[in-house]
Design a protein. Structure first.
Length: 148
């Protein structure tokens, strides 16, 4: 029986930049850091890669966890920084927020690029932004929590 999502994982070219962004800008906390060297057969089998090696950080905000990987081997292919959310694959992850207009302004001030300012969509107010590597995240606020 599946109970829910335990974490979301993102592969990035620079673990330190990712930790700085997700912790320093978005407010996650660094839960742990680990990794593995080349030649760990069980991990190669798990990730489906030969001679894999990676640094890993687990981040937490409340019950939400994000696992960040920086693979040293094999050489990763670069991500398309213009990845469109209509392209096949994981398109984004969503962060629940309150005070979305203030949070949007704070993140823009921190250099986050958004597609547009927050948009009202029925019961929610949402905005799509990108991390330093082009990964899309959504800010979402329930309209019942919006300022009057």
């Amino acid at each position: 029986m599946i109970h829910g999502v335990e974490h979301t994982a993102i592969s990035v070219p620079d673990l330190r930049v990712a930790i700085d962004f997700y912790c320093g800008v978005l407010g996650f906390e660094l839960e742990s850091e680990s990794g593995w060297p080349k030649g760990v057969a069980e991990l190669d089998a798990l990730v489906g890669l030969a001679e894999s090696a990676s640094e890993v950080a687990m981040l937490r905000m409340g019950e939400t966890r994000i696992e960040i990987f920086q693979y040293e081997s094999p050489e990763p292919r670069p991500q398309d920084l213009e990845f469109r959310v209509c392209d096949h694959g994981l398109t984004h992850f969503c962060l629940a927020v309150t005070g979305i207009e203030d949070e949007y302004a704070r993140l823009v001030g921190a250099g986050v690029v958004f597609n547009a300012p927050p948009v009202e969509l029925g019961a929610s107010i949402c905005a799509y932004g990108r991390d330093p590597f082009g990964n899309v995240f959504e800010l979402k606020q329930d309209r019942s929590e919006a300022r009057a």
